[in-house]
Design a protein around this ligand. Structure first.
Ligand code: PA5
Length: 441
């Protein structure tokens, strides 16, 4: 195993000390260990869906090679790469790509970006969105990666049918088939059958990995590789974290500490978690976390409501409520530790805006002061706070971050007493929608 010093994620729980006693922490040990044993022995609820735990170590080297080759082909053949999928079949890829991208990535030139524009589709049923996308693609070379485990989800199916036709009209049936990449079940489903019939390049989502735990399968790895992210380094970080967060301890295992703190607060009626970041590029990481925890824990009348805030932006919309509203929420802040210097505030001879007292300061330094001041204010205002420090944004640390949340979610869900690996409630809206669409009585 890699050296312990490579740990890139550290949890700080100073901000919960006013809300949780050491005895309360200690009293959770048995429950955490029980959850740990269920995962380790693979005998808890949803035990057939634990494949995500082995993804970082059980790598299929041939598949990784094929992913990288396809990514290269996609980069060469496309101005735009359209990733079609919804929920777990797109959020992970989008989250990680955003973390590594220029904030204006899709607006800069290919030569600066060094990969196609990456556009996500099939994650809504908006006709406007699809029409606008088709018009945008009209004069561009593009390829498609359609991702669906079940192979029958309506949103991606509608987008794929429509965009596949556009692709075929542009390049012919044969030409289009060289630009369609399918990620789905290994042997069943409509999408699987379409892929086989048309000889599309296909990647498999393993049976025992659920959508929201699939970011380290080709679901996430192919789009990441197209964006020039070093996927083997992400997997290395994830492998290290799988080892690190398997320690049966509530003293040193940050992942277990996070899971148990969530549950103690929940039992005190503090049942909303705000995942916050001060970096706009974390927006979709927060969306990924919301799906992971929302679908995993929200069932059987239970669940911590996972919400997200982007600071400092949302301090000017949600700040009042967080500081001063009903005391039913706690906050987990992702903080990028490394001092980064992108831009400093210029000094002006005439200090018209009275900002010269900050002249020469890094904008990121100013952001950090906002972060520290806000944490202090929120804790004082009655909002328990945890800080998840990530040393820097690199592939190895991001791999750790993914496993931190996946494992914490599984442990937290078991402590809560639910099956963290099913999503029976998602079917209800689909059934009603299909009734309406097929006009069934
Ligand atoms: O986590 C999940 O299982 C869901 O969010 C799915 O990923 C989502 O519903 C998409 O399903 P599918 O990949 O079958 O199209």
């Amino acid at each position: 195993m890699p050296n312990i010093h490579l740990q890139g994620i550290h949890l700080n729980i100073d901000g919960i000390k006013d809300f949780i006693t050491d005895d309360e922490m200690k009293s959770m040990e048995k429950e955490v260990f029980k959850a740990h044993d269920k995962l380790a022995n693979k005998n808890g609820k949803g035990k057939d869906m634990l494949g995500w735990m082995d993804l970082p170590s059980n790598r299929d080297e041939d598949e990784i090679l094929r992913i990288k080759e396809c990514a290269k082909r996609i980069r060469n053949q496309s101005d735009v790469f359209v990733v079609i999928g919804i929920g777990g079949s797109y959020l992970g890829a989008r989250a990680i790509i955003d973390l590594f991208s220029d904030n204006f990535s899709n607006l800069v030139s290919y030569s600066k970006r060094k990969h196609p524009q990456i556009i996500f589709a099939g994650n809504n049923l908006s006709g406007k969105y699809l029409r606008n996308l088709i018009e945008y693609l009209e004069d561009k070379d593009f390829s498609i990666n359609v991702i669906s485990k079940s192979g029958k989800t309506l949103e991606p199916a509608v987008a794929f049918r429509t965009l596949r036709l556009v692709l075929e009209q542009k390049y012919g049936v044969r030409g289009a088939s060289d630009r369609i990449y399918v990620t789905t079940d290994k042997e069943k489903g409509i999408l699987h059958d379409i892929a086989v019939k048309n000889e599309y390049e296909t990647f498999v989502i393993p049976d025992n990995v659920g959508g929201r735990y699939s970011v380290l399968t080709p679901v996430g790895l192919l789009p990441m590789a197209v964006a020039n992210i070093e996927i083997e380094d992400v997997l290395d970080g994830a492998q290290f974290a799988s080892y690190l967060y398997n320690e049966k301890s509530i003293e040193t295992n940050d992942c277990y500490i996070y899971a148990l703190v969530r549950n103690i607060l929940y039992r005190k009626g503090i049942d909303i978690e705000l995942l916050a970041s001060y970096e706009p590029s974390f927006k979709y990481f927060i969306e990924w976390y919301k799906q992971l925890f929302g679908e995993s824990e929200g069932k059987d009348g239970k669940g911590i409501f996972p919400a997200g805030v982007n600071f400092t932006t949302d301090l000017h919309s949600m700040g009042q409520l967080i500081q001063d509203g009903r005391r039913n929420m706690f906050e987990t802040v992702i903080n990028v530790v490394k001092d980064r210097s992108f831009i400093t505030l210029p000094e002006l001879e005439e200090d018209e805006d009275l900002l010269n007292y900050l002249a020469g300061e890094d904008i990121d330094y100013i952001n950090k002061q906002a972060f520290m001041g806000t944490v202090e204010a929120h804790v004082e205002g009655g909002v328990p706070n945890m800080i998840l420090n990530i040393d820097d944004i690199n592939e190895y640390n991001v791999g750790q971050l993914i496993v931190f949340f996946e494992k914490a979610c599984a442990i937290s869900g078991y402590i809560l007493g639910v099956n963290p690996f099913n999503q029976p409630g998602v079917e209800n809206y689909k059934t009603n929608m299909m009734k309406l669409l097929r006009k069934e009585k």
